[in-house]
Design a protein around this ligand. Structure first.
Ligand code: SF4
Length: 364
């Protein structure tokens, strides 16, 4: 876009944003920590889902220092259900880095921000521009879609190697007077008007600058590469009863659900029954021998890159002491204590099987 058109584009976009933006809790603050937390939560997650989590999190941890002092288990518990738990672990780790090295103060430049755990180029640009007014354009899914349509960019939005192209385009349009406001305006346009399906072009404040709209090609942008279908993994997990309690294991921190707690179990191999698989995993991961009491049911759950089809069994402890293979820790807990621990979404679905089956912990 040439310079005069770009200036007019910015003016139209920002005027629209000031009038139509949503009143979101993180837009009511200039606190860099609150802005950082919101950007972390908003990655891969819808605004409506984030709002209650954000409010609870900021009420409990209003400063970097309070977060740094907290136990990771409490942070994960507050994040439970929001998904992508590495975000919570990294946020906690970064808060501790800041508390130890920088008096709990968030740096205002992207290079220093990117040294913190979990801060990549998107969050660094978002925090630097929104909290500190630094001239860095943000590029997320909404921004890429808007830019692809505005400038007829043929690079697929879902290919990582196309990112620099979109970043360059976003940077060329950035409003240097107020980069944070401009970045939020582009993202808001993508969220409210230039939506993936059926964009509201008739109500679009920048339609006069949009090459896809002006050439009748809106439905063909953005371009995407086809991804292979999402695989389904068969899993099995077991509720092991002993003395009125059940066994849960803590997942190693490096994993997808690191720090969370789960019933023992694992992947079902080809040709293996779910029950045999579950007993095999229990033996390997805990050293325990168990007797089967029953099959409680099956749940489905979809993660970003795979789906899970998981059977839940109930077992009675027969012999052995817990000897962990790769888990961090274990607890024998009463059924009423289970929800005090951060549990993966699959396990909340397991809970409904336990309730639905009128589950009772057997006392010896
Ligand atoms: S005119 Fe339509 S396609 Fe172009 S930016 Fe506006 S909403 Fe998106």
């Amino acid at each position: 876009m040439e310079a005069t058109a770009a200036a007019a584009f910015r003016e139209c976009l920002v005027r629209w944003y000031l009038e139509h933006r949503r009143k979101l809790p993180w837009r009511q603050t200039v606190d860099p920590f609150g802005i950082w937390v919101s950007e972390v939560m908003l990655q891969q997650t819808q605004v409506d889902t984030v709002i209650p989590y954000y409010r609870r999190f900021m009420a409990r941890f209003p400063t970097v220092g309070r977060l740094a002092e907290a136990d990771l288990q409490e942070v994960l518990k507050l994040w439970e259900g929001l998904g992508y738990y590495a975000r919570a672990r990294n946020l906690h780790r970064a808060a501790r880095q800041l508390a130890a090295d920088n008096h709990g103060i968030l740096p205002d430049d992207v290079i220093a921000l990117r040294r913190l755990a979990g801060i990549g180029r998107y969050i660094a640009a978002a925090v630097a521009s929104i909290a500190f007014g630094r001239p860095h354009a943000v590029v997320d899914g909404n921004v890429k879609r808007v830019l692809a349509r505005l400038s007829l960019i043929n690079a697929p939005v879902n290919r990582a190697d196309a990112y620099p192209l979109f970043e360059k385009e976003a940077q060329s349009l950035l409003d240097l007077k107020d980069p944070g406001r401009f970045n939020q305006a582009v993202m808001e346009l993508g969220a409210l008007v230039c939506r993936p399906k059926r964009p509201h072009c008739d109500a679009c404040p920048v339609a006069a600058f949009c090459r896809a709209y002006l050439t009748g090609q809106v439905s063909t942008y953005p371009k995407r590469v086809c991804k292979p279908p999402i695989p389904t993994r068969a899993m099995a997990a077991g509720v092991i009863q002993r003395g009125g309690r059940v066994l849960i294991l803590q997942i190693p921190l490096e994993g997808l659900l690191g720090g969370f707690w789960e019933f023992p179990g694992g992947a079902v191999e080809a040709g293996e029954s779910s029950e045999a698989s579950c007993i095999r995993h229990i033996r390997k991961k805990t050293g325990l021998s168990v007797d089967t009491c029953g099959h409680l049911g099956r749940i489905r759950h979809a993660y970003t890159h795979f789906k899970v089809l998981a059977d839940l069994f109930i077992f009675r402890w027969r012999s052995g002491s817990v000897c962990l293979d790769d888990h961090l820790d274990h607890r024998w807990v009463g059924p009423e204590e289970l929800t005090q621990y951060p549990l993966p979404k699959t396990h909340h679905k397991f809970m409904s099987l336990l309730v639905g089956q009128d589950f009772r912990i057997q006392r010896p």
